[in-house]
Write a protein that binds this ligand. Structure first.
Ligand SMILES: [Fe+2]
Length: 344
């Protein structure tokens, strides 16, 4: 976030990666140069999940360093290997620096400790964003910048089982659904321009997965016009149209397509008409195939996996008070790209 009201500048080990958090004493480059038109303060973030410890993971981290975001959302499935928390954190900090906000939410591989333990990852890659609320790595939100925020990031863990063997409950009437809803409502009440939700598992998928996060949560996010939901789990890139609920689509059910639930099929959306879901399970660990004939295909604008020209890479987003510019930036594999805009 390149803003005029920043207090603290953190220069990471990566050359030219400048992160400013807070106010005064930091004079970053012109925010409009980051890619979001309209000028003014902006926030720039990247996101990807399903990372691993291999060459592709390193290449994706190199791409993040090159893009110079203010923060990255790692949306779960980190190392895929028991006992490797230190190696994973070392890989990240070697590429991005000790102070870079590489922000974590658990995936199914580390939530229960089977392939590394989210609590250990959270210790060696701790939160770097001031004012974070909730439990880092599991269920949290934060406003960025802390002073006069432009965006609330809400990171949650629906569909995941943690060390106690109990899957977190985000079903209708649950405390965690209410917590998430209150976080969205709180952003609105605080007049924060954008809301972005991140989680590892997904609902809609061009392939193998069911609506593991639950339809109650999914419909709540859409009904409240959360601007963008970023997930991992499916190791591919996939972007839905802006999806809506309301007249003629009172509820979206996974597994079938209802065209009345599509607000807009273009690449430029108006804020407040629904939600765009992006899966970026492309952080470095073995791309999955995608199924172009999936029963939910009508909800999707684009998709790219192992069998149709997919690439490892990151979602790259810049937002300001007027608009959100999002694109997919490849780091290894094909040159697949994507871009879309949400305007206020
Ligand atoms: Fe994964």
């Amino acid at each position: 976030m390149a803003t005029t009201f920043m207090k603290r500048c953190l220069r990471a080990a990566v050359p030219a990666v400048l992160v400013c958090l807070g106010a005064a004493g930091c004079d970053p480059a012109s925010p409009s140069a980051d890619g979001a038109g309209g000028g003014g303060p902006s926030v720039h973030f990247t996101a990807a999940g399903d990372i691993g410890l291999g060459t592709a993971a390193g290449n994706v981290l190199d791409k993040i360093a090159e893009l110079k975001p203010d923060l990255n959302l790692a949306v779960g499935d980190l190392s895929y290997q028991a006992g490797s928390e230190g190696a994973f954190c070392g890989m990240v900090t070697a590429k991005l620096g000790e102070e870079f906000p590489y922000e974590l939410i658990a995936g199914n591989h580390e939530s229960d400790g089977s392939d590394g333990d989210i609590s250990k990852f959270a210790r060696c890659l701790p939160n770097k964003l001031p004012g974070l609320q909730g439990e880092y790595g599991k269920q949290w939100y934060v406003d960025v910048p802390q002073d006069r925020p432009l965006v609330r990031f809400i990171l949650i863990s629906p569909g995941l089982t943690f060390q106690d063997g109990v899957q977190l409950d985000y079903s209708k009437g649950s405390e965690r659904l209410a917590w998430t809803e209150a976080a969205v409502d709180g952003a609105r009440e605080a007049k924060i321009p954008w809301t972005v939700v991140g989680m590892h598992k997904l609902c809609f998928s061009m392939g193998r997965y069911d609506c593991d996060v639950g339809e109650a949560l999914t419909n709540m996010l859409i009904s409240k016009n959360v601007d963008l939901v970023v997930t991992g789990h499916q190791h591919a890139y996939q972007r839905t149209h802006q999806l809506r609920v309301g007249d003629r689509c009172s509820y979206i059910w996974a597994g079938t397509f209802n065209r009345n639930c599509v607000a807009d099929t273009g690449n430029t959306h108006a804020q407040g008409n629904g939600t765009v879901f992006v899966t970026a399970g492309t952080g470095g660990y073995g791309l999955h195939g995608v199924n172009g004939n999936d029963t939910e295909a009508g909800y999707f604008k684009t998709w790219a996996g192992a069998n149709n020209g997919g690439a490892f890479g990151v979602l790259d987003v810049t937002l300001n008070r007027q608009r959100m510019d999002a694109k997919y930036v490849p780091a290894q594999g094909s040159g697949f790209t994507d871009s879309f805009v949400i305007q206020r």
